[in-house]
Design a protein around this ligand. Structure first.
Ligand code: GTP
Ligand code: MG
Length: 553
């Protein structure tokens, strides 16, 4: 039923915008069993693809064909795209890594008159036309792939053109989710950082984690990456014959945390001093999880580099598994996360609010609690695991089945509109004062302490993922959840005409909360809808003014 309405939605009028590619969840048709890649297979493939890729800053009007022909001198190009971020950039993927060495051999290090270059040969280049005035005429403007999401006003308008709440939920996900190109750019950025870190640790890898890889990524989300030095240790484990054993002379420090801080400190310095495109580098080494934060200007990503963070990568795998098992998981999580952001329940500034990670776990828990369940518990995923999946990190059993075809599909056929309304109803009435949310068991349990909301960490059972959330924020969440459930139920009863000028369904939940209340009291009545329409228009006019002003700066 879900896929029926999915396809109906795709072919409905006014949905031309939906022609985005599916995100590479590793499955041709997410949610369908049979052809799903394991998380580590996807990681490996993407990592290798990124190592064969380069980033180029191009002139404004670049003749695409000539550019490709020029770059083809070094080998076959299998993929390319352009995007805009502080000018036009291209990502070029060669079929072989060797092509990049050949390209680097024919590339100069520029010498300015007043500035001195640091001669670091990276995979980030500038390309200039030797004779711009002759060549522009035969080059059409390149098409740039979109790397940012639309404004809330535009999104609300697009949602109003859908046919049903379920259609809106799917539309929202397809518009906001990271695109194939954006994912490639994320892996390429990690790979460029890996080259810099490799100056110190030649066999290291820099791996993306968090929403860039867990299938819940939204265009514009940060790029979480971690420096993995574990493989260096593994390589030295090969046994040799003879009467001696050899080991490396190393410096020792008194704790693993200190080692992590030292390593991140030098990598941070290195990014700051030598990393092309890396700006605003901040070392945040005394945080619970030490990190280096910086902007990668060329790709436009805000990056958080950590080290020694295997549990976070495992959490990303867990979310990836749930996101791949049933298409309703991602769809619902995208709506809930976006709703929370619009209602200021989440923020980009750290504080006492809920995080996207906590909200995703709440969605997973809710779907585990449906009857019949839509997704299984973590314990179930662990019990299906083979010997090759065994994984212990810092004393915690993080074993998960990697072959997703071993997991039986759910018999639950509930539609997304029902699930969204029920999600709000469920958490609007959840006994947060008594119970904790536990996705390992798929059941609520007695709360072990007095935090306002307790969400058990999936892999470190003594930790609360939402320990930062205060009473006030939890109350706001509960209040808004109840209000949203109510609005969706009211609309269900009244036969509102669904039109683009009257925000309805999911679109109505994305407006400031005060407006929703008045709308729900008088569904379909002129003045209220008129107010909303006027507000939308004024926000739109405002944002148009703002964007013109920004462009003019
Ligand atoms: P965005 O908000 O879209 O960036 O979502 P995200 O999932 O990437 O979250 P964030 O960047 O805050 O954190 C990155 C990853 O770190 C998450 O996906 C989790 O794997 C992990 N993480 C974040 N917060 C917590 C937490 O409170 N506890 C635990 N155990 N892991 C966390
Ligand atoms: Mg993130």
């Amino acid at each position: 039923r879900f896929f029926d309405s999915f396809h109906r939605h795709l072919s409905s009028p006014g949905t031309a915008i939906l022609k985005r590619e599916e995100p590479p969840t590793g499955s041709e048709e997410p949610g369908l069993p049979g052809n799903r890649k394991t998380f580590s297979e996807v990681q490996k493939e993407r990592h290798e693809q990124a190592q064969r890729s380069i980033l180029i800053s191009c002139p404004k009007k670049v003749p695409e064909k000539r550019l490709l022909k020029h770059l083809c001198q070094h080998g076959e190009i299998t993929n390319h795209f352009f995007f805009e971020s502080f000018g036009i950039h291209a990502v070029i993927e060669y079929s072989k890594k060797e092509s990049i060495a050949s390209l680097q051999d024919s590339t100069f290090i520029p010498h300015g008159e007043t500035e001195f270059p640091i001669p670091f040969k990276s995979r980030f280049f500038n390309i200039n036309l030797k004779n711009p005035s002759n060549q522009i005429s035969d080059g059409t403007l390149v098409q740039c792939s979109d790397q940012s999401s639309p404004s809330n006003v535009d999104l609300v308008e697009m949602l109003c053109n859908a046919e049903s709440v379920e259609g809106q939920i799917i539309t929202l996900m397809r518009i906001l989710q990271v695109t194939e190109e954006n994912i490639r750019l994320r892996y390429l950025t990690c790979s460029l950082i890996e080259d810099i870190a490799a100056a110190y640790f030649p066999a290291c890898t820099v791996k993306p984690f968090g929403s860039s890889v867990n299938s819940f990524g939204k265009l514009g989300c940060d790029l979480d990456m971690f420096l993995d030095l574990d493989d260096i240790g593994k390589n030295s484990a090969a046994k040799t014959a003879g009467s001696f054993s050899m080991e490396y002379q190393v410096k020792n420090v008194s704790s693993e945390r200190w080692a992590t801080q030292k390593i991140l400190s030098v990598i941070g310095e290195c990014l700051d001093n030598f990393g092309p495109g890396c700006v605003s580098v901040q070392k945040i080494l005394h945080a619970r999880c030490p990190l280096v934060r910086f902007s990668h200007q060329a790709s436009g990503f805000q990056c958080d580099l950590t080290a020694n963070n295997r549990i976070a990568l495992k959490s990303s795998e867990l979310l990836y598994i749930y996101g791949t098992l049933d298409s309703r998981v991602r769809a619902l999580a995208f709506s809930v996360r976006y709703w929370a952001r619009q209602q200021a329940l989440t923020s980009s500034i750290p504080g006492a609010w809920l995080t996207n990670f906590s909200l995703t776990i709440m969605v997973i828990f809710f779907l585990q609690k449906r009857s019949p369940p839509i997704i299984p518990s973590i314990d179930y995923l662990k019990n299906l695991a083979g010997a090759e999946d065994k994984c212990i990190i810092e004393g915690n059993d993080c074993t998960l089945v990697s072959n997703l075809d071993r997991i039986k599909p759910s018999l639950n056929t509930e539609t997304l509109d029902i699930l969204l309304c029920q999600f709000f109803e469920y958490f609007g009435n959840f006994a947060f004062n008594k119970n904790s949310i536990n996705i390992r068991k798929g059941k609520e349990q007695n709360k072990p302490d007095s935090s306002p909301i307790y969400i058990q960490n999936p892999f470190e059972p003594t930790l609360n993922v939402s320990r930062n959330v205060n009473e006030n924020q939890l109350e706001r969440f509960v209040h808004l959840a109840r209000e949203s459930a109510w609005i969706l139920q009211q609309e269900d009863k009244s036969q509102l005409s669904k039109s683009s000028s009257h925000p309805w369904g999911l679109a109505a939940l994305l407006l400031p909360s005060g407006l929703n209340k008045s709308k729900a009291k008088k569904p379909g009545k002129g003045p209220t809808n008129e107010t909303i329409r006027k507000l939308l228009e004024s926000i739109k006019a405002d944002s148009a003014k703002r964007s013109t002003a920004t462009r003019e700066k």
